[in-house]
Structure formats: C-alpha cells, structure tokens
Design a protein around this ligand. Sequence first.
Ligand code: HEC
Ligand code: HEC
Ligand code: HEC
Ligand code: HEC
Length: 499
Amino acid sequence: MRLKSFICKCGLFVIAIISCFSFYSAGNVSYSEERKIDAFFLDLDKKYRIPEHWGILPFELEDPYKRIKNGPPLTNVINKANVEWISRWIANPKKVVPNAKMPNLGLDFEEIKAVIVYLGSILEKEVPQISWDSNLLKKEDDLSDEEYDRVDKLFNEGKGVWGRARCTICHPIKGVGGNVGVGPDLGEITTKINRNWLYSWLGNTKSHFPDTMMAQFRFSDNDVRALIEFVMRDTQFMPEEVEEEEEEGEAKEEKQPEAEVKVLAEKEFSSIRKDTALIEKGKNVVERARCFVCHDIKGTTELMPVIEQKRDSLAGFEKLLYEIRCLTCHRIQNKGGTYAPNLTIAGSKIKMDWEREFLKAPDIIRPLSQQMPKFNLTDDDAKVAVEYLEKHLVTKEPMSNPFESGAPSAEMIAVGEKLFYEKGCNTCHAEGEKGGGVVGPNLSTVGDRLQPQYILYHLKNPQQANPQVVEPNFGLSDEELKSLVGFLADHAKKKEGNQ
Ligand code: HEC
Ligand code: HEC
Ligand code: HEC
Ligand code: HEC
C-alpha cells in the first residue's frame, strides 16, 4: 500500500524504484513477506514530494520546537528567580526539580556565587514594579478577618482563571499533568518566582523570552492579579513538608553525610554584586561551563549567537500563531506539536461558524484527553484565524459533499441511526440522549462542527486524517457511509433546541 502511493507520488523516481525492485529480487526476498522500502528512497520521497495534500502557505511557519537554545535566556534571570533558588539550582538541578533537563555541571559554591554575581551584572532592564494591595504582601497568619476575605475572594477568582486557562496541559505539578510535554514543573514555584516578574510574564511572556513555547493568554489585569494570588498561595505550588521523611532521607544519604548545600543568600548577594573581580570570575566560569550553549547570556552570546528572528512586522494569522503559540500544541503541515488535532486541513474539516465561537470560548469536545485552553481571543482574532483556515488550510482537491444536491432524507437518517448502534459507534461516542462512550468526541452537535464531506472522509478511513486514532476502519459500503454521514450531519444545536 505504501509502496503504491509512493510510486504515484513521485513519478520521477519510478525508474529508481524499478531498479530497486530488481535489487530486492536479486537479494532473495520472499514475496510473501511485506516488502520494506529502503530508508534511502523514503528520504528522497520526503525531499522531493510535491505537497499534494496541502497548498503552499503565504508565509513560512515558525516551529516553536526548533528554537536554537533549549534553556531560557539568562540575561534577566535575576529579575525572575530568587537568588537562593538559582544558587540551589546551579548546584544540582535535579535536586530542585526531579525532571530538570539541565545537567549538573559540578560547580562549587565559590564558582556558583561568581556566576550569579555575573548574571546580576548583565541585567538589561528592571522588572516593572507593580503596585500591590498591601494586604496581598502579608503572610496569611498576619491578615485580619476582613483582609483575609478580600484575599480569599481574589484567590478563588484566580482558581477559576487557572482552570479555564488549563495551565496544567503544559505544566506538571509535582510530576502530575503536563501532557503537552513542554512546561517546567510548577510544584515549587513559590520558592522561585518574583511576584512582579510573574505579573509581566503572564501579561506578555515574549517581553522576557521572545522564543518561548508558552502560550500567551489575553488576560485582563484583574485575571493576572487573581491568578498570581492563586499561584503564590495554594499549597500545590509549595514544597511538600518533609518533616517525617527527614530521618529516612538521612539514612539513605549516609554516604554523603548531609553536606548542607551552601546557598547564596539574597543579603550576601546584595553586598557583593558590584565586585568586579567576582564578575570577571563569573564570566570565566560561564564560558568554561559552556552555559551559553543552552542559554542566551549577554556578554557570552557572541560565542554562540542566537539568530534574531524578525518579528516586528508580523500581521494577521502569522502574528496570532506567534503570539498565542498555537503550534506548541497543534501541527500545521510538518511544523509544531502533536498534542492537539492537526490543523493542516482544518478548513476542509470544520464549519467556520462553529470555529469562530470555539476559538473565543472553546467547548469540550474530547473530554478525556485533550482540551483547548480559553485564551480570551477577540472577535478580530477569531476572524483572522477563520479566514486563514478557510483559505489556506484546505485539501488541494476539494472533497466532494455527499449532500450537495439536497439534505439527507428522513429515511436515510433513520438508516444511519440504526447503523450507528449496530456498528457499535456508541461504545466510543455519545450522540444524543442515549449516552455512550467517551473515548471519542461527543457527536451530539457534530453537524454544527464538521463539514459533511469531512465526516465522509473520516469514516472511509479514520486513520487517514489522524494515524493514531483508535477508531477502527469498519470498511463501510458507500450506501452505509452515506446514511451515517446523513445521520451525523443532522446533529445540530438548532435541532436539539426544538426537542
Ligand atoms: C545542556 C544545556 C544546559 C547547560 C550547559 C546549562 N543549562 Fe541552565 N538550563 C538548561 C535548561 C534546559 C533549563 C530549563 C529548566 C530545565 O532544566 O528543564 C535551564 C535552566 C537554568 C536556569 C533557570 C532559568 C529560568 O529562567 O528559570 C538557570 C539560572 C540556569 N539554567 C543557569 C545555568 C548556568 C549558570 C549554566 C552554566 C554554568 C547553565 N545553566 C548551563 C540547560 C542548560
Ligand atoms: C502551551 C503550553 C503552556 C501553557 C498552556 C502554559 N504554559 Fe507556562 N510555560 C510554558 C513553557 C514552555 C515555559 C518555559 C519557558 C519556555 O521554555 O518557553 C513556561 C513557563 C512558565 C512559568 C515560569 C516557570 C519557571 O519555573 O521558569 C510560569 C510561572 C508559568 N509558565 C505559568 C503558567 C500559567 C499560570 C499558565 C496558565 C495561565 C501557563 N503557564 C500556561 C508552557 C505553557
Ligand atoms: C495549549 C495547547 C493549545 C494551544 C496553544 C492552542 N490549541 Fe487549539 N486545541 C487544543 C486542543 C487540545 C484541542 C482539541 C479540543 C477538543 O477536542 O476538545 C484544540 C482544538 C482546536 C481546533 C479544533 C480542531 C479540530 O479538529 O477539532 C482548532 C481549529 C484550534 N484548536 C485552533 C487553534 C488556534 C488557531 C490556536 C492559536 C490561536 C490554538 N488552537 C492554540 C489545544 C491548543
Ligand atoms: C474504538 C473507539 C471508536 C469507535 C468504535 C468509533 N470511534 Fe469515532 N472516533 C474515535 C476517536 C478516539 C475519535 C477522535 C479522533 C481525534 O481525536 O482526532 C473519533 C472521531 C470521530 C469523528 C469526528 C472526527 C473529528 O476529528 O472530530 C466522527 C464523526 C466519528 N468518530 C464517527 C464514528 C462513527 C460513525 C463510528 C461508527 C461507525 C465511530 N466513530 C466509531 C473513536 C471511535
């Protein structure tokens, strides 16, 4: 099968393939076995294949996964993270965050101290000081009842924002969550992050880190403030209390008799941060330890520069893709992540009236596994996205609509319904009042969401659009297909309202 489509796709290589066949037969390959294509030819196929299934896009897509340095920039890190935290981190990243990607570079305390002083010397900007309600800066125990109520209200609002934003799609908390696979664990973030920095980060991630993979939400000022209260006060973001485990830990680490890791205190840092000899030493350590291979660090970047992406002139959908970082989760053509549905032919798949509303306030379609966060996109954002999807993210050859010449008849819909239950579609899907499985999307309004031609395309071969989908290929006949599509296309909200 693959071989056949391979031949169709690149006629130019037919000759090469024929010689490949003769090579195979000479090589004693049994024809009853499935023949494998030489990886070399697959590479060629990839390289020269004319994009049949998709068009040429008006701009080159930026793949957030292809950034040059895998660590965040360190030029302004002193604004972001607490000095004590940085000190512990450099000494042994995995001890701070078990799934840290950064290696332990084996620096001693004096070296770490110098590195931090160097990092303090290259700060490019101050983090804007936000004016906080004074009671927000107090510890919980010091709040009066009335203050407590105010903080509690904001905290609960923040909890709501956190939930709708689905931050845990990307960020694990103490090892749980983070299905997209890109964000750092936030389980002890209260020991790290500066409150003022967090305010600017949530408002505009790109101001600290232009290449970040984090999605940018369109939060209001109040959303951000509420979210910060939640993140700074909820115990899930604080280190677990380890009192009881202490003894056990000691027993385990007998080999290294609890050598207290020395930590640079904020106070000591303030007293030495202008020390030019230390700054110079720190720079040397950074160069020697090759921090710049993974981090953009002012003063050493020349050793391995980051190629500046030109982004001042972004507009339309290109700007939206970059700002929201849609491609951290979605894939278009061969760029981006695989967590969320592939959007390469979304314009041939989805009904745009539905899409416009979905982008502004996503429904839950796939309840078990994946949900799209609410980014608070504006009407204009949604319009830009929908226009682009419709124009560019479509199959090259339009799919044929089985109901071009008229809506499905009531009989056909009834046949389709019968088939739906006979074939056991309901083991994975619910389609209405009767209930059903939740492995696949709920189909009760699928007629509003998907174009009938796409439902047909999907049912002909569910793996065509998404090779990982667990839906079996039922090998449905043309008649069966048409009835099922008719039945599903009829599932629209306006109809439900009537019932
Ligand atoms: C092999 C790549 C690599 C090298 C070399 C490296 N780091 Fe990192 N560093 C990372 C990654 C990746 C992260 C992001 C957190 C993680 O590990 O998941 C990180 C995070 C950090 C952070 C936290 C930054 C933030 O914004 O949260 C600091 C500080 C840091 N590194 C300092 C250093 C210093 C100083 C050196 C050199 C002594 C260094 N790193 C060398 C990969 C590296
Ligand atoms: C699309 C995935 C994604 C989503 C959604 C997301 N983040 Fe992030 N976030 C990241 C990535 C990735 C980073 C690290 C920066 C980088 O490497 O680009 C990050 C960094 C952070 C940091 C800094 C943490 C550190 O230790 O350096 C905080 C705080 C944060 N995110 C909070 C949030 C909050 C709150 C939400 C929900 C409103 C959220 N994030 C939603 C991907 C995401
Ligand atoms: C944090 C990850 C994430 C980001 C970032 C993200 N999405 Fe999504 N998106 C999803 C998930 C997950 C779904 C599937 C939702 C469901 O089925 O309930 C989805 C669904 C969709 C769908 C419907 C696709 C289908 O085939 O059903 C479209 C269209 C879409 N997103 C467009 C966008 C656009 C445009 C952006 C950027 C403005 C974006 N998304 C950013 C996670 C994300
Ligand atoms: C074993 C479980 C399973 C069975 C049985 C099954 N499906 Fe699905 N179906 C899925 C999953 C999972 C998806 C979601 C695919 C994705 O996320 O891209 C899906 C997607 C769909 C979609 C929407 C495609 C989209 O991307 O939104 C339709 C329509 C659909 N199935 C119809 C049917 C019909 C009709 C039957 C019976 C003939 C059926 N399914 C049987 C699991 C199943």
